[in-house]
Structures are given as structure tokens and as C-alpha cells.
Design a protein around this ligand. Structure first.
Ligand SMILES: [Zn+2]
Ligand SMILES: [Zn+2]
Length: 171
């Protein structure tokens, strides 16, 4: 594995799917590609304005099914992120934390509880959390594709370089 980092999960979604922004209206379209073995699409139709959008998946997926570069905008680097099911994770942590808070535990037990919570986080990362590939430039998301050789763990500096702040946009 070329991407071993404690914060990067090594599991992929079973189903291939993507969520890409529309060049014309800016709306996002989410699609699942399936069942397994289905030919990868070369374009998709925006769910909001109906304008066909280029999405060259076959041109960016290698023989092993790895995705490299963005099929939507052709940017060369995708970042690998944790695809945290935000709600589930937050709910789980809050419920556990709340239970600890109102359980009337003494401080040492409380600390033990928090340690457990941290462990739970690690276990979730290892067993539940899957990978998500995001384009640095157009922010398109791809699930179920193992990352290709040019994919990199999330890097905030690169992300911000492609994400002008409102200040920059106004200039
Ligand atoms: Zn559109
Ligand atoms: Zn892109």
C-alpha cells in the first residue's frame, strides 16, 4: 500500500458512484454505477438542468479499477478522504458522550469512558469508514474506486489553493 497513513481508511464502497457538479447550472448530480461490471459512463446528464456533462470515467480508470485524475474536469490529482457518514458518527459520539455525562460516573471512570470513545473512533476508521476520492479542482466525489498512483491523502494547502475565499473572488 502506497497510501498508508493512520487517518486514511483502506476500504472502498462496494458500489461505484459519483457526485459531480454541473458546468452549466452548478447543481450536483449523484449517480450509482451498477451492478458490478456495468460499463463506465463517458458522460452524465445533469439532474437539475438536463445538460449533458462530460465525465470520462473509462479514460481515468485503469485495468485494476483504480481511479486516477478527475473524469469530470481532468485535473490530475484526486485526494483521498475518509467518507465519514457524518450523521452516524456524530450521533454515535454524542450519544456516548451524553450517556457518560449523565451516568453520574466519577472522574476516573469518565476518563476511561472517553478513552473508550477514542478507541471506538479508531475502530470505526478501521472497520466502517470507507474511502472517498475528491477532485481538488472541481470537488467532484467518487466512491468505490481504489485510488490510483497520483491520488494523495487530503492536503489542506492544495485544497485551499483551489478554493478561492470570497475575498479572492471579489478582487
Ligand atoms: Zn445543470
Ligand atoms: Zn475535477
Amino acid at each position: 500500500m502506497s497510501h498508508d497513513s493512520p487517518t486514511i481508511p483502506a476500504r472502498d464502497h462496494k458500489l461505484l458512484s459519483f457526485a459531480v457538479p454541473c458546468e452549466d447550472c452548478g447543481g450536483w448530480t449523484e449517480r450509482t454505477i451498477g451492478p458490478p461490471g456495468t460499463r463506465l459512463p463517458t458522460q452524465m446528464t445533469c439532474a437539475h438542468c438536463g445538460v449533458p456533462q462530460a465525465l470520462d470515467l473509462p479514460g481515468h480508470v485503469d485495468a485494476e479499477g483504480r481511479l486516477d485524475g478527475c473524469p469530470r474536469c481532468d485535473y490530475h490529482t484526486l485526494c483521498i478522504q475518509k467518507d465519514v457518514n457524518g450523521k452516524l458518527g456524530v450521533v454515535l459520539v454524542l450519544v456516548t458522550f451524553g450517556a457518560l455525562l449523565f451516568s453520574g460516573l466519577e472522574l476516573p471512570q469518565m476518563v476511561a469512558g472517553l478513552v473508550l470513545l477514542a478507541l471506538l473512533d479508531v475502530v470505526l476508521l478501521k472497520l466502517v469508514v470507507k474511502r472517498l476520492l475528491i477532485c481538488y479542482r472541481c470537488k467532484a466525489q467518487y466512491r468505490g474506486f481504489p485510488p490510483g498512483p497520483r491520488c494523495r491523502p487530503f492536503d489542506l494547502a492544495t485544497w485551499e489553493a483551489h478554493d478561492p475565499t470570497p475575498d479572492d473572488a471579489a478582487r
